[in-house]
Design a protein around this ligand. Structure first.
Ligand SMILES: Cc1cc2nc3c(=O)[nH]c(=O)nc-3n(C[C@H](O)[C@H](O)[C@H](O)COP(=O)(O)OP(=O)(O)OC[C@H]3O[C@@H](n4cnc5c(N)ncnc54)[C@H](O)[C@@H]3O)c2cc1C
Length: 476
């Protein structure tokens, strides 16, 4: 029955895609790289939800010569089967995403086909494993070409194209492409941060929340989780459920952030047009929203609060950490906290130079600090490091003319947020942000091909009708 449901849905999708395929005409011509091998029109780095949705949008625009690369094994893309330590998605079940507004491709349609309509009606939040299964099915059903276990380690200019160095199975290969999308997720422009006080702790005592952590080994141990966002609570809950003796969640601020600013901004106007505002308005909105950080949902809190071993410390920034044979002592303004293991859920730091694929040109990627000086009351050094993107999500040069080819590298990740609001790395924004990105990509390809298209138009002589000679010529 279950399989029948999915195969019926897949037939419906095929019909829906066929009915909405207009205009069907291919419009791009094969391009060859400098080494004589075929080049791609677009390579997408990252086969998570953003990469898949972008690929789908491109296929719908008849940009067929594309390839998605992901360093993770098939099915392991994104955080869902690794460091996402919640049971369910935090976002409401009816947020649509990679379907790009095609009803038969939504999570709801997949869920109803697989588990029944009643199951959807009864569902509160989407189990994260189901979301990962849905994404894998989505990529398969819309036929996205994905190469897994293929890590992009360098991007360079190559005779008007981009040369993309891919490491796969111990070997390296160079692929050529006209355009490149970095859909590389949360750490796209930096890395998970370990705040300064923790740098003295050995790896056996301290990890950031996106690392693989042996939670079973924390049974009976004292654990500190640094941060108070949803991921901090998820890690605390996982440690509690693994039998940790004490879990201390240390929140720097005097109050926990319970308001979720991303709920407020969930309306088409903001999601679609924040990126159309001038720099002052974009900075004002996004610096305020990002300074608040994401609030955690009730279920995330309740998962911790139900355990007697859980302690929430508010107004407890860690001033220093001292490692000793009996554990680590974390010094806070309200006294020391002694623990055996520390998990930092303190977010991502923007540091382009640490990304191998960016290192060749990281120094010439324009940041917000390069382009905009906010009023003193709105200054934020961390947010100033976010890349300042063009209206098609392309990287901009810090010094014009040094690396002009980076205009063909488009960034669609969490680091796009300062320029466009919720956009890359967001389920919430996918239906508005992906079409804008796809439109930017097709605009660039079309503009670059204008000369070739003009010549093709000049040569176009396909008659649409046959004009027959009239039976009687009018008499002169
Ligand atoms: C723990 C966690 C929980 C979240 N929960 C929610 C939620 O409940 N609801 C919600 O709306 N949002 C949530 N988000 C936010 C967002 O939806 C996720 O981060 C989502 O995974 C973003 O999708 P993405 O495709 O942009 O990035 P990802 O899913 O992270 O995919 C990026 C991919 O790029 C690949 N990659 C990176 N670098 C390279 C390279 N150099 N070469 C090749 N491949 C590379 C990675 O292997 C990865 O598969 C959550 C985020 C996190 C971190």
């Amino acid at each position: 029955m279950i399989h029948d449901g999915l195969s019926v849905l897949e037939s419906r999708i095929a019909a829906d895609l066929a009915r909405t395929a207009h205009p069907r005409a291919p419009w791009l011509k094969p391009v060859t790289g400098p080494d004589g091998t075929p080049a791609h029109d677009v390579i997408i780095v990252g086969g998570g939800q953003s990469g898949l949705a972008t690929a789908f949008g491109l296929l719908r625009s008849r940009v067929d010569n594309i390839l998605v690369l992901d360093r993770a094994p098939a099915g392991q893309e994104g955080p869902w089967r690794s460091y996402a330590r919640m049971h369910t998605l935090r976002s409401p079940k009816d947020f649509t995403g990679p379907d790009l507004d095609m009803p038969s491709l939504t999570y709801q349609s997949w869920h109803e086909a697989k588990f029944g309509i009643e199951s959807w009606d009864e569902l509160n939040l989407i189990p994260k494993g189901h979301w990962a299964d849905y994404l894998a099915w989505f990529g398969h059903v819309v036929d996205i070409p994905v190469r897994n276990e293929a890590e992009v380690i360098d991007i360079a200019p190559a005779d008007g194209l981009l040369a993309v160095t891919v490491r796969s199975g111990g070997a390296q290969q160079i692929l050529h492409t006209r355009k490149l999308v970095l859909a590389t997720g949360q750490e796209s422009m930096g890395d998970w941060s370990l705040p300064a006080p923790f740098s003295c702790l050995p790896a056996s005592r301290c990890a950031h929340c996106a690392e693989t952590i042996d939670f079973a080994a924390l049974a009976g141990k004292r654990v500190a989780v640094i941060g108070a966002g949803a991921s901090a609570f998820d890690n605390a809950a996982t440690a509690l459920e693994a039998g940790a003796a004490e879990v201390h969640l240390l929140c720097r601020r005097p109050e926990a952030q319970v308001v979720q600013p991303y709920r407020w901004l969930t309306f088409r106007g903001f999601l679609r047009h924040l990126g159309d505002l001038d720099d002052a308005w974009r900075w004002r909105f996004m610096s305020a929203i990002m300074a608040l950080r994401e609030g955690f949902p009730q279920a995330t809190y309740d998962r911790c609060a139900g355990h007697v071993a859980f302690r929430l410390h508010l107004g407890a920034p860690v001033l220093s950490a001292i490692d000793g044979p009996g554990g680590a002592e974390l010094v806070t303004p309200s006294g020391p906290v002694a623990v055996d293991f520390v998990i930092c859920a303190t977010g991502i730091d923007i540091d382009l130079a640490v990304r191998p694929e960016l290192s060749r040109f990281a120094g010439n990627i324009a940041s917000w600090a390069d382009r905009y000086t906010p009023p003193a009351t709105e200054r934020d050094e961390r947010l100033g490091r976010f890349p300042y993107l063009a209206d098609d999500y392309a990287l901009c040069e810090r010094v014009a003319g040094e690396t002009p080819w980076i205009a063909d590298i488009h960034l669609f990740s969490i680091a796009s947020t300062m320029s466009f609001g919720a956009s890359g790395s967001s389920i919430n924004a996918m239906t508005t942000a992906v079409p804008r990105l796809v439109s930017g990509l097709t605009r660039g390809l079309f503009r670059a091909d204008a000369g070739r298209l003009w010549a093709e138009f000049q040569a176009y002589d396909e008659p649409q009708a046959v004009v027959r000679k009239p039976a009687c010529e009018p008499s002169s």
